[in-house]
Design a protein around this ligand. Sequence first.
Ligand code: ZN
Length: 696
Amino acid sequence: MLQINNLQVYYGAAQALFGVDLEISRGETVALVGANGAGKSTLLKAIIGLVRPSGGTILFKGKDVTAKSANRMVQAGLALSPEGRQLFGELTVAENLELGVLALKPGRTKTKRRMAEIFARFPKLKERRNQQAATLSGGEQQMVAMGRALMAKPDLLLLDEPSLGLAPLITDEIFAIIHQLSRSGVTILLVEQNAARALSASTSAYLLANGRIVHSGNSAKLLADPKLRQAFLGAASNENPAASRLGAAGLTNIRLEKPDMTHKTFMPSFKNKEELEKHQLKGLQWTINHAFEGSSFYRAQLEKAGIKPGDIKSLSDLRKLPFTTADDLRDGYPFPLRSVPFEQIIRIHASSGTTGKRKVLAYTRKDVDDWVGFFARAYEMAGITPLDRIQIAVGYGVWTAGMGFQLGCEEIGALAVPAGPGNIDMQCRFLLDFQSTVFCSTASMALLMAEEIHKRGIADKINIKKIIYGSERSSISMRQKISELFGGAELFDIPGLTELYGPGTGIECPDHDCIHYWADYYILEILDPDTLEPVTPGEWGEMVVTTLCKEAAPLVRYRTRDITRIIPGPCTCGSIMPRHSRIRGRSDDMMKFRGVNIYPSSIDSILSGIPGLGSEYQAHLSRDDKSGRDFMRLVVEHGGQCDKARRMELGKEVVHQIKKQLMVTVEADVVEYASLPRSERKSQRVFDTRIKDDIV
Ligand code: ZN
């Protein structure tokens, strides 16, 4: 269809194209990709006859058309949908479309027929046929520009930057149309800065830099080529956020080469706080740019806050950014915060939501690689080596835990025993037979195992040296008990949050007085949950996180609801990674009771469904330090006028309903109406005394 050989173009003395070769076959969609100023527009102008080449040839359908006029090129079967649309704003949609066939001078009937075809392809334009083009949205204007070019029924359609300036969702729509055009046999040359989009939408591609074709070939292969990232697109690593325009376009998703196995450390390369902060600023700038370019949700949030990507000049600008909450994730169900095209997403994970919608998080290849890399770092900090055998007794499946522990284990080169949760008998058997050296689970599971090991008297026959546990808070006495019954194992608390990749975003220090967290992947703020102002360093507050290189679902000031504090100053272990305390609790009221997440709102609704009860209640959670078992006692008021026998009955009904609906056993006391304290603000209904010790 089109064959370009050794094309040279000069603007005055400056050479813009240096011997470009390019070929397009009939029916193919070919992408021409490159940064701003690479020469893409010049090449298009040379093809359509708007600039005169000073060397080389252009063959179109076998005929030499080098330096033919634009009019002649349209008559020959070429049409251009130009960069910036270039519509006539005062003319209607229909009038703009008619301009597309002007050079061909067709009759009225033919023009009408063509227009009907265009309206069939773009039903939105049919609705707006008599509307002035200037009043259309950016996406609709792009449709008019494409429709106008298609009016000429071209053999080859040149699409120049069709997604430029469009919001992510509209870009999705435009690319869906390009896919359709391509499937219906239209030959397309697609010129795009949005490289990942263009490569995904095309069969083959040419990569242009400084007026030269530097790579070409099958688009899918180019998309998967690690060299592409380094050599040409240089895109969006933490070290190279200058390429973030391309990074925002999804280019960061191009697969990284697997780190070679001679790689000895997963610790970061920065040497001091200044280097870390420089890295964080670059990451923050990249993230805001990427979120703005890639996600309709974030774009709306940032626009509402009056923030443009270029506004982030220093780390303190973080405080200008709007917050993101769990509700935003639920509202965006099923793919909240999505900031890359679907074709770049390789996996999703979801939180174990007990009420309402789950929080679903998407991952690109790079997201998974990053997660696996820093999970390996967590293992490394706990002193785990390829000689260890890690028995992973956490849930595998849609939640993040199993995958994280597993892939991190493989990354560090240790032997994984993917046991999954529960099944105490099997776990004990594996500990004995496989001589596992590391045990990973929740704190309760670790306690359960510890008691079982003690009961069976096998502590001296197993080989567990380390226990990595997470996902719930634990008291010092509980930790001591676990360690003791496991024959003196060393405990490591590992934090984790589905929204923030999953577990492994830090780990308890080998000196056991803090959690070191991976500040090169996210920024941690500790804020007062009520005022949302920063607390004094060292004070307790809510953990708010902003990711620095997360692609598929970046987090901007995400409110985790976890309560912790920064521990200032250097650590005795020598690590320069900053640190926070073990998680003390959550700023919202969710209770974790015997492995079940319970919201006070579910207790509210169960109690209000029982006739005869009042609206006031208290939930008291306690822990038997000997057995480590948790108890919940509900103190509920009756609705007024109620004898002792009836109160007993009501109490039984409460226990029964809670058991039936929440699957947990509680005790219930029904007390006199109005005997519980009331408050004009929020009454305290949950009293959790399970953790009495000081938490480090
Ligand atoms: Zn330390």
